[in-house]
Ligand binder design. Structure first.
Ligand code: SF4
Ligand code: SF4
Length: 442
């Protein structure tokens, strides 16, 4: 049979699964379907069968690999240390290479356009984001909806249209200088501005630069960064992910920086594994290892260097106004990177902030990269489940460290927030607290 990315994997990685089933209760797609093949154990069994040439790559295999939300909750639950993230990347790449029914000319065109054009060219992404902003602001969106002309769109595009995001009025390069420095820097870091974060949540990037500077870091923000390749790796395009990783390694002065900062869980989880991604590219092996060791989520880095707690009260007799915040754990932060305590510690450093835990904080919200576009029904059920838990806390804010989750959970165009908390990145709350300092000890 044809060699696939699963055949190229060290078979021991698949054999690591001991079929114990301890991962099953943590799997959202198993909880939804009750089917063994939609569980981590079932999916690994399918992958094994393909790697052993006992099964061809079928439509069913491709469907199951894409039904998986990629939340990695199974990785946290697994006592045998199965690296499900790598298995899933290989399995999706295998499914993409096979002539399944998913490979229609239109889908191939979509993948080519999104993965090989739009997300490889920051200028195209910016132009598309500006068009989306114009679509919403010009009244075009309202007109199409009120006249119900959107009904003429194909079903998938109707779903997409309903999720048209709010685009930032300006992007990271317009708002963050190439180098920004505090008076006496102790550290030098590179700030990754991402692709989705860059055009939809530019305020998060600005806030990240601000909190780093407030914690004595000189911040270097490379221009026109674009996608880091996580979108490609998570969607079965490992070849493009490798090219993007090599680009980052070529352009980054690794010796002169202390850390590479990501504020997006999905990206951070990918960025920490360039050595694995480029294992066959021997010219990059050493640099990729150094890179991996320097990548940090912003919360992880701030706690590591000793976060400075904001001082918002100049008069000792004056109490800080208290407000409730709950925390949703982005899958690729808690399961993908094992980062759970640091974002909470960051939030607790803010005077007046009361952290209230929500139920099922580590259960996937259904965003999962482009999953919400590919599997909208499942994604929406997971969204409602998550919003219910966030609402039940009575918190004013729901903090989360991933743009995908924020985009999925924030009110959509035409929706009101109702009783739901305002969705916010933890660094935005921290940056606001620094900005509110009356007397900041430096
Ligand atoms: S990544 Fe999430 S959805 Fe996929 S198998 Fe693991 S627990 Fe289930
Ligand atoms: S918990 Fe780990 S070893 Fe057990 S079935 Fe799940 S993936 Fe396999």
């Amino acid at each position: 049979m044809e060699r696939t990315p699963l055949h190229a994997l060290d078979f021991a990685a698949l054999q690591q699964c001991i079929h114990c089933g301890l991962c099953l209760p943590s799997c959202p797609t198993y909880a939804e379907s009750g089917r063994e093949r939609s569980s981590p154990r079932g999916r690994i069994a399918l992958m094994k069968a393909i790697a052993k040439d006992q099964l061809p790559v079928t439509d069913l295999f491709a469907d199951e690999m894409n039904y998986c939300v990629g939340c990695l909750a199974c990785t946290s639950a697994c006592p045998a240390g199965v690296d499900y993230a790598e298995l899933l990347e290989r399995a999706r790449a295998t499914a993409e290479q096979a002539p399944t029914r998913r490979q229609s000319p239109w889908r191939r065109f979509e993948r080519w356009f999104f993965l090989k054009q739009l997300f490889l060219r920051p200028s195209w992404l910016h132009a598309t984001a500006r068009l989306l902003r114009m679509y919403r602001k010009s009244g075009c969106e309202r007109f199409l909806r009120e006249t119900r002309l959107t009904r003429l769109l194909p079903k998938k595009w109707r779903t997409l249209e309903r999720q048209t995001p709010e685009v930032s009025p300006r992007f990271s390069d317009d708002w963050i200088n190439a180098i920004e420095s505090p008076a006496s820097p102790r550290f030098r870091v590179i700030l990754l501005t991402g692709c989705v974060q860059d055009v939809l949540f530019t305020d998060v990037n600005r806030a990240t630069a601000d909190v780093l500077i407030a914690n004595s870091c000189e911040v270097i923000t490379p221009r026109a960064q674009g996608c880091c390749g996580s979108l490609h790796a998570h969607n079965g395009d490992l070849a493009t992910a490798q090219i993007l990783a090599q680009r980052w390694l070529d352009r980054t002065p690794l010796d002169s920086i202390d850390a590479i900062i990501s504020n997006a869980a999905g990206c951070g989880s990918h960025l920490k594994h360039f050595a694995r991604l480029l294992a066959s590219e021997h010219a990059y092996t050493e640099r990729a290892r150094v890179w991996d060791a320097k990548v940090r989520d912003v919360s992880e880095w701030l706690i590591q260097i000793g976060i400075r707690s904001p001082v918002t009260v100049s008069d000792p007799g004056e109490a800080a106004q208290s407000f409730k915040v709950t925390y949703h754990e982005a899958c690729h932060l808690c399961h993908g990177q094992g980062i759970r305590a640091q974002p909470r510690a960051l939030l607790k450093s803010i005077p007046g902030l009361e952290l209230v835990e929500c139920a099922e904080s580590t259960w996937c919200c259904g965003s999962a990269g482009i999953y919400s576009l590919q599997q909208p029904e499942t994604a929406n059920r997971l969204r409602e489940r998550k919003l219910g838990h966030l609402r039940a806390t009575g918190a004013a804010f729901a903090a989360m460290g991933n743009p995908g989750c924020a985009l999925h959970l924030q009110p959509r165009s035409g929706e009101t927030r109702d009783q739901n908390p305002e969705i916010v990145h933890p660094v935005v709350l921290l940056a606001r607290a620094y900005a509110g300092e009356k007397k900041a000890p430096r």
